[in-house]
Design a protein around this ligand. Structure first.
Ligand code: FEO
Length: 389
């Protein structure tokens, strides 16, 4: 990846990590991960964020090339998570005169990660303050919990560019031609819990004239910015993005999965809503979380286990709850061979979430689906989607 010019004075010096398999050691990556870092060249040279450990050398080479013998005057730290901040110490040692720009919380966290003394070189900025580097003026806006408490975004007033930190980022390489799906999986995985804080940032962004968004992951967004902003508005409000049913299934021997596929078939016959079945035991959990938020309706179908709930479903519901899952109609299907217990557990967990309407009847299957189970599935399907046609 060569240095990419964002404009006459702004250069992207980020890198793709094609080898990484798990982001944050938990999110599956099929197409690697991109980490963006930028340089603004003006009377003062500014680096916006460092980079992940795995791509350190690529970044250092690109930085050298972009600086072309000059020195950086400032490093802006948007976010202290190591996927961006790992190389703060490296670069601070290499350029001892370089100032480090962050907010008070940035420096509190920085001192937990690094032992370097930054007391004489730190520049503490507050909401709305501007760093004047010549033609370019950098204005800072705090974005706490999008994704850590110290996160801040930078609005470059001359070229009208928002350096948005993790916001508007995605999994995958920088230019793999796809945004919605991997940005959604990234959003609900990483900041799904913090809808209110994302909305606060969107409100601040609304008052700015933004021509380009430069996130810390994924492509530089230059056109049709409304599309991305609208997705963030929907996701952060916890409203469904589209009409559809996500059927999340955790099945031990395949019998519960057959029931899930049967109700999917029944729903498809009843309406033209999209229906997606997710196998929680074999498929990527973050994809299932993403689909639960994406669609308007949810069915949870699970086996009973140890007088409780089969663990993949337990974990799925915990993860939804962690991310403030809300505002959905939910159907429940359980399977049990001697004392079915899954429905009680799922209902208890769902009742702890906000604005969840549990649709009756709750369906109990005994070991395998039989002919006389079908009318109960039909009734659940009818009640679940009755308001959608
Ligand atoms: Fe891309 Fe929260 O770090």
């Amino acid at each position: 990846m060569v240095n990419m010019k964002i404009s006459n004075d702004i250069i992207h010096i980020g890198a793709n990590d094609k080898k990484i398999k798990l982001f944050e050691s938990q999110y599956l990556l099929e197409k690697g991960m991109s980490y963006n870092s930028y340089i603004i060249k003006d009377e003062k040279n500014v680096i916006i964020d460092t980079i992940d450990e795995n791509v350190t050398q690529i970044w250092l080479d690109k930085l050298d090339k972009a600086l072309n013998g000059e020195k950086p005057d400032y490093l802006i730290v948007s976010h202290m998570e190591p996927d961006h901040a790992y190389n703060i110490e490296t670069i601070a040692k290499k350029y001892p005169d370089m100032k480090i720009v962050g907010n008070q919380t940035t420096f509190n966290i920085l001192s937990n990660f690094f032992t370097i003394d930054v007391s004489s070189r730190k520049v503490i900025v507050k909401e709305g303050e501007v760093l004047d580097i010549g033609k370019h003026k950098l204005q800072f806006f705090m974005a706490p919990m999008v994704h850590w408490p110290e996160v801040m975004v930078t609005y470059e007033q001359y070229e009208k560019i928002l350096f948005s930190a993790d916001a508007f980022g995605k999994f995958g390489e920088i230019d793999d031609g796809e945004w919605d799906c991997e940005a959604r999986r990234y959003y609900f995985g990483i900041v799904g819990k913090y809808g209110t804080q994302v909305q606060a940032l969107l409100k601040k962004a609304q008052s700015l004239d933004i021509k380009m968004i430069c996130p810390l992951h994924g492509p530089i967004l230059k056109e049709n910015l409304e599309h991305y902003i609208n997705k963030y508005k929907i996701w952060s409000s916890y409203e469904p993005e589209e009409k559809g049913v996500f059927i999340a299934c955790s099945s031990i021997y395949g019998n519960t999965l057959r029931v899930a596929n049967k109700i999917a078939e029944i729903i498809k016959e009843k309406c033209n809503m999209k229906v997606v079945v997710g196998d929680l035991t074999r498929e990527d959990w973050a994809e299932a979380i993403e689909d639960a938020f994406r669609y308007s309706h949810l069915i949870v179908a699970a086996s009973s286990y140890n007088a409780g709930l089969f663990p993949p479903m337990q974990q799925f519901l915990e993860r939804l709850q962690d991310r403030n899952y809300q505002k959905r109609k939910v159907g429940i299907i359980e399977n049990g061979s001697w004392a079915p217990s899954a429905a009680r557990c799922m209902k208890n967990m769902l009742e702890k979430m906000k604005e969840i309407e549990i649709v009756e009847p709750i369906v109990t299957i005994r070991s395998t689906m039989k002919e006389n189970d079908v009318p109960k599935l039909q009734e659940l399907a009818k009640k679940l989607v009755e308001d959608t046609n």
